[in-house]
Design a protein around this ligand. Structure first.
Ligand code: SF4
Length: 330
């Protein structure tokens, strides 16, 4: 029988895996190596990954983040973020003679390719995802005439298709697995012949981080998720923790955002981080907790991860080539 909260010692359950995934690691490395290779100014369209700490560190090194390619001067280099872009963005960059380094995560590219294939076969594609998220905008742009966004189970009743026997669902890579399956179930209720994608669209990193949080959730009085508010997979971890039975769950960018009052009556703190969060931020939270008596740290391991992705081909080519000629001084 589990001891009442008041009789248990203070401890931390540390989720594994947590933090930076292969796609984010590749995207950050892409900006860092491009800065070394080409120097500043180096433009990055949108936040390369959704983490404020990472963005600020890259800005300090010389990266310039812009919202749209029209903010990049003609002929300069621009990096596209891990979330992917629509073909019109590539076309606009080509028209402006920009040099593009595409840091789209290969697992997002996979969903883009599925969208293109099903659109060619004239399917109606139901894309499960969050309206306005960059990844969803990029994927939808591959086949705007064939894709309908489905933003969760409540949105299913609004979906209209041309032929209910020629419909396929795809999804954003960073969704909650359980909620997505609920949406798919509701879609199948309306379209019994709904086709599923050939393999999971929700990526390995999102899935593994959710499984680890589920394992610790019921035992935690409080779960702290380190991640930024605009990070979809981090927000999902808070929802999954609460769904698994955690007493409370909060998203913080770092230790400085933790409210001391959250610890009242708490003996077990669960700790995890989203797929765009550097280790140093979790270490900061562990230190903060240790200073308040939560020194006992136990790892809750859900999976091993060994996936890595090679750098974008444009960058690999230039890194193999001669160093860039120094820029002439004005
Ligand atoms: Fe790629 Fe998944 Fe990481 Fe997104 S969260 S960058 S899809 S591995």
């Amino acid at each position: 029988m589990t001891a009442p909260t008041s009789q248990r010692g203070k401890r931390v359950l540390l989720a594994a895996p947590r933090g930076v995934c292969a796609g984010v690691d590749r995207a950050i490395q892409t900006v860092e190596l491009a800065l070394e290779r080409y120097g500043s100014p180096l433009y990055v369209r949108h936040e390369i990954v959704h983490n404020q700490h990472v963005i600020k560190a890259l800005e300090k090194k010389g990266a310039i983040f812009v919202n749209e390619t029209d903010e990049v001067p003609d002929g300069h280099t621009v990096i596209f973020s891990a979330h992917g872009v629509a073909p019109v963005v590539h076309a606009e960059a080509a028209r402006r003679n920009l040099t593009v380094i595409d840091a789209t995560c290969p697992l997002v590219t996979k969903v883009h390719k599925e969208a293109v294939r099903y659109a060619k076969e004239d399917f109606d594609i139901l894309l499960i995802g969050h309206e306005g998220h960059e990844e969803v905008i990029g994927t939808s742009g591959e086949a705007p005439d064939h894709i309908t966004l489905v933003d969760g189970p409540d949105d299913v009743k609004n979906v209209e298709v041309r032929d209910p026997d020629k419909v396929v669902w795809l999804s954003q890579t960073t969704l909650s697995v359980d909620e997505t399956m609920e949406t798919v179930g509701a879609l199948k209720g309306r379209f019994p012949n709904l086709l599923s994608p050939p393999s999971d669209d929700i990526c390995y990193a999102s899935q593994n981080r959710q499984v680890a949080v589920k394992q610790m959730g019921a035992d935690a009085d409080l779960v702290i998720v380190v991640g930024s508010k605009n990070s979809s997979n981090s927000v999902r971890l808070v929802e999954v923790a609460l769904g698994a039975g955690a007493g409370a769950a909060h998203l913080v960018d770092g230790a400085e955002e933790i409210d001391e009052s959250w610890l009242q009556g708490v003996s077990t703190v669960g700790l995890t981080s989203g797929a765009s969060v550097p280790k140093v931020l979790v270490h900061g939270v562990l230190d903060w907790l240790a200073q308040r008596g939560y020194e006992d740290v136990e790892t809750v391991k859900a999976a091993e991860e060994s996936i890595t992705f090679s750098l974008p081909k444009e960058l690999r080519r230039d890194l193999r080539a001669e160093p860039a000629a120094p820029k002439s001084l004005p």
